[in-house]
Design a protein around this ligand. Sequence first.
Ligand SMILES: *[C@@H]1O[C@H](CO)[C@@H](O)[C@H](O)[C@H]1NC(C)=O
Ligand SMILES: *[C@@H]1O[C@H](CO)[C@@H](O)[C@H](O)[C@H]1NC(C)=O
Length: 341
Amino acid sequence: MKTRKLFHSQLRFDQLDEIAAMSFLSITLISYILCLQFFHAEAEGVSVDAHSEVKEEKRFMQYGNIEVLEKLPHDPSFFTQGLALFNGSLYEGSGMNGQSKLRKLDMSDPSKPLQEIDLPQEFFGEGITPYKNGLGEDRLIQITWRERTAFVYDPKSFKLLFQVKYHKETSNGQGWGITYDQPRNEFIMSDGTTNIFFWDVGVLDSCETSVASSETKDANETSMCDVVIEAARSIDVKAKLQQQSETPIPVQHLNELEFLPISTIKGHDSPTLLANVWYQQYILEIDIESGEVLKLFNLATICPTMTSENVLNGISISDEGNDILFVTGKLWDSIYKIRIY
Ligand SMILES: *[C@@H]1O[C@H](CO)[C@@H](O)[C@H](O)[C@H]1NC(C)=O
Ligand SMILES: *[C@@H]1O[C@H](CO)[C@@H](O)[C@H](O)[C@H]1NC(C)=O
């Protein structure tokens, strides 16, 4: 099970916690100085270019802020592996063999499902994301941990449309997190390492076409498409920290992902990627081209005391703006609506 792997890896990213306080102090000081300069400039009628400050800071990872807007109930028995908003409702996927599910949550009480479907016992569910197929129809995909199988559903009827058995995808053959870049029509996947992979969604369109045309369907049988998936490209996620040398630190255990169409960083024109890190209490904002960690959001104030596996593991943007997120974790009793900035 996934728990076993926890202490095996020596590559730690939790040094970040130790230096976060120091960095906060220095950022506070820098802001204070910039603020003084700004007021000074204002007083003299000199205009200040806000973007030039941002560009200076972008050389190192920034520390962002969160504001908790709402606390909503969450099913404390749900081993959350994926959270995604579609058509105004949250969808959630869970893991563990025999307990893996896909749910559409009741937004008036998100601890309850409006619709639910179980994965067969032999599958350990992981990330989920809605996407559009080649005909522009809405689909929802759920990946699995080590079974190299993805399930594709109609998010409205909750009907399982087909399964994809893939032979090659990530660096270790595992699936952890998935999200969708609609402008590029790409899935973005994590596998628990420092790597992030990009797949062309078109591969699934050809599967869907082939299974739709097959005549061999009996009532209980879900069509299976067997494909070799090659990642179109991949990035290595690294953070450059102010208090360290210039050498970027690789970030292990990238888990749940969320595509952010507009960065929270002023002056950063391209979309970014949000990721939570297994057994850590923060969300990272990552440059989608270079893999550089741009910003860290510390969620320690909302993460429950870690007792076992109850780690942060669910990120979804809301329909109230790309900086307003829903976040939750495995076995958490709450979903939080937060603003990140
Ligand atoms: C989206 O939500 C609306 C309003 O609840 C509903 O009428 C519509 O069927 C939903 N569409 C899909 C694809 O689920
Ligand atoms: C189909 O599923 C139903 C309900 O689970 C079951 O009773 C039936 O035996 C299945 N039929 C076949 C052909 O597997």
